[in-house]
Design a protein around this ligand. Structure first.
Ligand SMILES: Nc1ncnc2c1ncn2[C@@H]1O[C@H](COP(=O)(O)OP(=O)(O)OP(=O)(O)O)[C@@H](O)[C@H]1O
Length: 238
């Protein structure tokens, strides 16, 4: 499935009676890369979960390739092309690495597993190990690889670098950039490391208490230290 555009219009969502996201609107062209920033607890994970249909929606539209998927169940959104790599690394702990990857293939041939092993050689070495036997970083690799194997048209990444060694982080970010620039996927990234987030993305949005307080290009944010300090709470971005 090639990359598709994503447009979110006035989305409000939360958990049970608690509204977390309010009136969130943004759009990402097909094949573009967006980073979502904000301090802890500001709603970044809730935004990705809401796009995937895992929260309660109070209002708004989610247009994937121009068609509203907001009324669809999570599994149907996945079939339409949305793919989430959650912060919780939801791998099957009692299945092997290879069985986990096979579960992500959807209707693709088994030979496609090679793509995952090329991206993460460590997973090939551990392909007969069970999910629970993997380190945190390896679980992160497996969760990411399994979602990418399904070839989503819009990929949602929730802190995919957590627990990975710096050299693997760099390789992984380069792989994400290639997937987007090759027109294969549109990518939304939640990432705490602001430098990685800015290096990765064309554009950025900042969430504060469930609302978008700033949207613009990575370059514009990089050159405005005041904004970074105000909304993200860190100093200079180099
Ligand atoms: N399952 C849930 N039920 C009720 N409230 C929740 C639930 N998950 C998150 N929240 C609340 O929603 C708000 C936003 O949380 P969220 O996890 O989306 O923030 P975040 O920006 O991703 O934070 P972090 O950077 O720490 O991961 C917080 O106030 C949090 O307490």
């Amino acid at each position: 499935m090639p990359a598709e555009s994503l447009e979110v219009r006035r989305l409000s969502a939360g958990y049970g009676p608690t509204v977390v996201l309010e009136d969130v609107s943004f759009s990402v062209p097909a094949g573009a890369r967006l980073s979502i920033l904000g301090r802890n607890g500001m709603g970044k994970t809730t935004l990705l979960s809401s796009l995937m249909g895992l929260t309660r929606r109070y209002g708004g539209e989610i247009l994937l390739g121009g068609r509203d998927v907001a009324g669809l169940k999570s599994c149907d959104r996945a079939l339409r092309g949305l793919g989430l790599v959650p912060q919780t690394r939801d791998i099957f702990r009692s299945l092997t690495v290879e069985e986990n990857l096979i579960a992500g293939l959807k209707d693709r041939p088994r030979s496609a597993l090679e793509e995952a092993y090329e991206m993460f050689p460590r997973l090939r070495e551990r392909r007969r190990n069970l999910g629970w036997q993997l380190s945190g970083g390896e679980q992160q690799m497996l969760s990411t690889a399994r979602t990418i194997l399904g070839r989503p048209s819009v990929l949602l990444l929730d802190e995919p670098l957590e627990g990975l060694a710096p050299v693997i982080c760099e390789e992984l970010m380069a792989a994400f950039v290639r997937l987007a620039s090759g027109g294969e996927m549109t990518i939304l990234l939640v990432e705490q490391r602001i430098e990685s987030a800015l290096d990765f993305a064309d554009s950025v949005l900042i969430l504060e208490r469930g609302r978008i307080v700033w949207q613009g290009t990575s370059e514009a944010l990089r050159s405005d230290e005041r904004l970074v300090e105000q909304y993200i709470g860190v100093g200079t971005v180099h």
